[in-house]
Design a protein around this ligand. Structure first.
Ligand SMILES: [Zn+2]
Length: 483
């Protein structure tokens, strides 16, 4: 069924191309049509890579086979590859071409723990507790690789001048690999950067993402027998309970855009021992980084107060601060135009049936696939809940982001159903569309210096003098995860 879609979409494209030629620079339009052909020609290679990543299903910092695969393909295709960058064993940067402009493309490939899933329309793990691509990063990685390879083809054929850099970014779901890559200055020489993400809708993303601070809060008390001599003990659990009570009271006095959520990592061992150690893992988000910072200073008071009242001591470790996404409207408009030029994905009846099955199974409305292209939103709209380390890059270079439909409408994200969709033609079609949009948007930036100049002008105006500072301390090493 998928092959039939390719042929049909090819026909549609020819028609579309004919109607838009003349509307803008015809050379660029012709080149864009050629790019779409090149993407289609690499489709089998992309699906193969995507399925391999899906099968590996490696979680954050353990993406050894996944990064080896993507970096290896880039190297075979003539890219100069540097592996293990920014002290991250599973990160890489692959470069092709020379001179400016230098356009970056981000690739992610980490899976989520506990989402192991067979390629079936009901929940069934391959390995109980194993990893699974519940965020579609297998598509993300392979699609971005495809876009970089096509741009390389064009540079090789003399149709473009400049440099393309593919960034292998590990651990998006946990740790935030790009935080470390950004701190290392790996994005500093870029003129612009492009990224995408699988979704159940199709839109150029201009409402950004939330800023977040990721914290461990520890309390240290004194143990004693909880019945025989409790007066000798000082409970770290009392302190933790007071702190969480304080955080929950604080909810009434923060802006509606603030989100705070936590889990207790350590709450003591056994009831007859007064706990001498407890640990809370807290995330604080807001639509702007300043918002997060102002809530944090209040949480520091709550933690200090809880320790004081319980005669314990406390320690707060900041694991990382993510910026909110800095949106580039100028570049996003170019991307939107390209997305509309290509047109929405079309689905076969079998694909709609597949979507409805997953929706029924996950108890959401059976609306099938929703591939209509959303209009560019007002960039001042509050971001949807969630944060991403792509935002770090957006404060270093103008960064454009698109989401494409890769899964049935409104199925729960980070779930087994997304894993299944990510190794299915509905996922492949979303990947194909994203690859095309990234590649032709890059062509616009390569070919028209005015576009890049305008993007940079907006970028510098938005920065308003701010120079990117990493949200992790200078000497903090990325964590290691043992297999
Ligand atoms: Zn994701």
């Amino acid at each position: 069924m998928f092959r039939r879609f390719l042929v049909l979409s090819g026909l549609v494209l020819v028609l579309l191309t004919q109607t838009v030629v003349g509307a803008t620079n015809s050379d660029v339009e012709e080149l864009k049509s050629y790019v779409l052909e090149r993407v289609e020609a690499r489709m089998d290679q992309m699906i193969e890579a995507s399925d391999a990543l899906w099968n590996y299903a490696e979680i954050a910092l353990l993406e050894y086979k996944s990064s080896k695969l993507l970096a290896g393909i880039a190297e075979q295709e003539g890219f100069k590859v540097e592996r293990g960058v920014a002290d991250l064993e599973t990160a890489f940067v692959a470069v092709y071409g020379s001179g400016s402009p230098i356009i970056g493309i981000l690739a992610e490939y980490d899976a989520l723990p506990g989402l192991s899933q067979e390629n079936v329309t009901f929940k069934k793990a391959i390995i109980e507790g194993g990893g699974g691509h519940g965020c579609g990063h297998n598509l993300f990685g392979a699609g971005s690789l495809g876009a970089a390879l096509v741009l390389k083809d064009l540079i090789l054929e003399g149709k473009l001048t400049g440099t393309v850099k593919l960034y292998g970014c590990p651990a998006e779901e946990d740790v935030g690999g790009k935080l470390y890559m950004a701190r290392e200055g790996l994005f500093d020489d870029l003129d612009a950067c492009l990224a995408w993400h699988p979704s159940y809708k199709t839109s150029v993303d201009v409402t950004g993402s939330q800023a977040i601070d990721d914290l461990y809060i520890e309390f240290f008390g004194k143990s004693s027998h909880a019945a025989f001599d409790p007066w000798q003990g000082r409970s770290a659990l009392d302190a933790l309970e007071m702190a969480t009570f304080g955080i929950n009271l604080l909810r009434e006095h923060v802006k509606p855009s603030v989100r705070m959520h936590y889990v207790v990592l350590s709450g003591g061992n056994v009831p007859n021992v007064v706990p001498e150690y407890t640990k809370l893992w807290l995330w604080v988000r807001d639509s702007k980084r300043e918002g997060v910072k102002s809530v944090l200073s209040r949480i520091e008071n709550i933690v200090a107060g809880s320790a004081m009242a319980t005669e314990t001591t406390s320690h707060i470790e900041n694991l990382g601060s993510y910026h909110e996404m800095l949106v580039n409207v100028t570049g996003s408009k170019v991307m939107q135009k390209n997305l509309e030029w290509i047109g929405p994905i079309k689905y076969s009846p079998e694909e709609v049936e597949f979507a409805n099955k997953l929706q029924k199974e996950t108890q959401v409305a059976e609306k099938g696939m929703v591939s209509g292209i959303n209009k560019l939103q007002d960039p001042n709209t509050e971001p949807e809940g969630g944060s991403t380390d792509v935002a770090e890059v957006s404060w270093i270079t103008p960064t454009l982001h698109i989401s494409t439909t890769c899964a049935p409408f409104e199925i729960p994200w980070h779930s087994w159903a997304v894993v299944t969709s990510s190794k299915h033609s509905v996922g492949y079609k979303g990947m194909l569309l994203a690859t095309k949009v990234l590649a032709i948007t890059a062509v616009d930036i390569f070919k028209d210096p005015k576009i890049l100049a305008e993007m940079k002008k907006e970028f510098h105006a938005s920065l308003n003098g701010y120079v990117y500072t990493s949200g992790i301390p200078k000497d903090k090493k990325p964590p290691k995860r043992i297999k």
